[in-house]
Design a protein. Structure first.
Length: 113
């Protein structure tokens, strides 16, 4: 997964667990694509301070994912739903094969929830 997409997903799932200050800085880097110097000037801290804060936030978000696996589960469910969509468009499968595969994917989705 591309690093920026991964950072965005981690933030979407766990960002509310950061402090307001951490959220502001992290959003400026990841979503607003501001430079460390711009954020440092705006926040009144050093460029190195911004860098350290962003790294710390990334580590915190990754630690939550390592423990809870919410992003991983979300991606697996999304993949299974994509498979369901492909199955519904497949005109070669018999009705029984289609039902069987849908039941399997449905069970996998439920296991992830």
């Amino acid at each position: 997964m591309e690093k920026i997409v991964e950072q965005g997903l981690l933030y979407d799932f766990y960002g509310e667990l950061l402090t307001e200050h951490q959220k502001k800085i992290y959003e400026d880097v990841v979503y607003n694509d501001l430079s460390l110097a711009e954020i440092a000037k705006e926040s009144g801290i050093s460029r190195q301070g911004v860098h350290d804060l962003v790294r710390r936030c990334s580590r915190i978000l990754q630690d939550y994912e390592d423990k809870l696996h919410l992003v991983q589960r979300f991606m697996k469910i999304k993949e299974n739903i994509g498979q369901l969509e492909k199955l519904t468009a497949d005109e070669v499968l018999t009705r029984e094969e289609l039902v069987q595969r849908i039941e399997l994917l449905s069970r996998q989705i439920l296991e992830e929830l």
